[in-house]
Unconditional design. Structure first.
Length: 515
């Protein structure tokens, strides 16, 4: 479905990615969702906003990945019950997003089957909604107690294994409730939301030019993707065009972030499969990679390198030459390690047919990003809707159809090698010129969208400003919202000891879906 053929009066937004915003009625909200679902378009994000200070009341937004761009729609929620039509029957991924909207704003999806709290965890009273403007963020709330109604599975020999939220390692907290017979998993139910930090509330009132720092800390492993998406949204909102060199350096930073994460995951997956050698080698490579990032760009994780209007650092020619040589060395080393992984019988026995997500299930539940490309879903913004400089780089997408751990490992290897090629091309063709321009503040409230293909999947940032040019709302959306529910399905029928391996093959963000 194309935006222009929707019958809704969309307003085209001028920015680095094609996007449009439309205002709809309740009937159109559902009609449009049905049309996008029928055309196999994905729901990218769903969120709410309190615009009462601007005289507009409450608004709920949905953003869809249309073939010709990002289609965002807004619906005023002004009825007595503060309800809007449920989308989870059309897009299952909407269910948790709608539960979060209620926890934070008190806007309820009418008719939704699952109305359990998602983020609240009794951390604030049930009648307090932290993203409403009349809530004092400095006021303290007494922590309550709440029994969460997990779905129970009954039958002969069925028992439960509760895992978390506190884990044995340094990973973030999340609760996993396994229903099993023997060692076979019948059902998995997740409870997330334990790392709620108040980030979305913290954005309120910040200067538009400063919000990229907080956006870049939503999920630390995707700091470049979030900062770029935020900067893209701010530039769209203000009509700012960045210098060509800045766009190319942003892509260079994004591909270095992609490589760093794939290196780390490939090592961890080898270790979970019983090959500690893989962890040692990929950990060594990742450490070298991040040390060079610090030497050339000033930060191991590349935080605060992307700013609204461009980038904050312009690397030297000698530094760029070192990065090109590093790519050549890493291509050889990764190739040798891939051969070891592919030929290791014990490792392949753990990888193959483990944690399968079929292409049909991936389509039905809205799997996205790297994991989707391992299940035959080829969408990649760098290919489908490329912004500069990707529109001139002919990115080769990685694609597998098996949907198992082995497929997700193969996609990581393919994407890693492609990113090494892209980094070499970006440095080779890097244009001269300035690396930033001033972001001009708008005298009126504005709206902007940023949409970037991060290493895990597509990251969306939506911003609204008030009459004084400060942030009224900033919503950062991580692809983990879509992908966590697929993990519940991927583990069914597998044995409990394979869960860490399956979980790592997705490597989803806890923090990114709990702001």
């Amino acid at each position: 479905m194309r935006i222009d053929a929707s019958g809704i009066p969309f307003r085209r937004l001028q920015g680095a990615v094609p996007a449009a915003l439309g205002t709809v009625s309740e009937a159109q909200w559902l009609e449009l969702a049905r049309a996008f679902a029928a055309d196999d378009c994905s729901l990218v994000a769903l969120w709410g906003s309190d615009r009462r200070n601007e005289g507009d009341g409450f608004v709920v937004y949905a953003a869809y990945a249309a073939p010709d761009g990002l289609a965002a729609v807004q619906l005023a929620v002004a009825n007595e019950g503060l309800e809007y039509p449920d989308l989870s029957a059309l897009f299952p991924a909407a269910g948790r997003m709608q539960r979060a909207v209620f926890d934070l704003l008190g806007l309820r999806a009418a008719g939704a089957e699952d109305g359990r709290p998602w983020l609240r965890h009794a951390g604030w009273p049930a009648d307090v909604f932290p993203l409403r403007h009349d809530v004092d963020p400095q006021s303290g709330f007494e922590a309550g107690q709440e029994r969460y109604p997990f779905v129970s599975v009954e039958g002969d020999g069925v028992h439960e294994i509760p895992v978390g939220p506190v884990h044995a390692g340094i990973i973030e907290p999340g609760h996993f409730r396994f229903s099993i017979v023997g060692e076979k998993v019948l059902r998995l139910e997740q409870r997330l939301g334990y790392v709620h930090k108040g980030i979305e509330r913290r954005f309120v009132g910040q200067p538009l030019a400063e919000g990229h720092r907080l956006a870049g800390r939503v999920s630390g492993d995707s700091t470049v993707a979030y900062a770029w998406a935020y900067a893209m949204a701010a530039e769209m909102a203000t009509g700012c065009t960045i210098p060509a060199r800045a766009a190319w350096l942003r892509a260079l930073l994004l591909e270095r972030e992609r490589v760093a994460n794939h290196l780390g995951d490939l090592g961890a997956l080898g270790n979970d499969g019983g090959l500690a050698f893989g962890l040692a080698q990929f950990s060594r490579l990742r450490e070298e990679w991040q040390r060079d990032s610090a030497a050339v760009f000033g930060h191991r994780l590349l935080m605060d390198r992307i700013v609204p209007g461009g980038v904050a650092v312009d690397p030297s020619r000698s530094g760029l030459a070192d990065l090109r040589e590093q790519c050549r060395v890493f291509e050889r080393e990764v190739g040798r390690l891939r051969a070891i992984y592919d030929e290791h019988a014990g490792l392949q026995d753990r990888f193959l047919t483990t944690g399968i997500v079929t292409p049909e299930l991936a389509r039905q539940l809205g799997l996205t990003g790297m994991a989707a490309r391992a299940s035959g879903r080829p969408r990649d913004l760098r290919v489908d809707l490329p912004c500069a400089p990707y529109d001139g780089l002919a990115v080769k997408p990685a694609l597998e159809v098996r949907g198992d751990v082995a497929a997700r490992v193969a996609v990581r290897f393919d994407e890693l090698v492609e990113s090494l090629r892209l980094i070499d091309a970006l440095i080779d063709r890097l244009p001269e010129g300035p690396v930033s321009t001033e972001l001009t503040a708008s005298p009126t409230p504005v709206f902007g969208l940023g949409w970037v293909e991060g290493w895990r999947g597509d990251v969306l940032v939506a911003i609204e400003t008030d009459a004084e040019g400060r942030l009224l709302r900033c919503h950062c959306h991580d692809p983990s919202w879509q992908n966590w529910p697929l993990l519940e399905h991927a583990v069914i029928g597998n044995i409990v000891p394979d869960f860490p391996l399956i979980n790592k093959s997705f490597n989803l963000s806890y923090s990114g879906q709990d702001l």
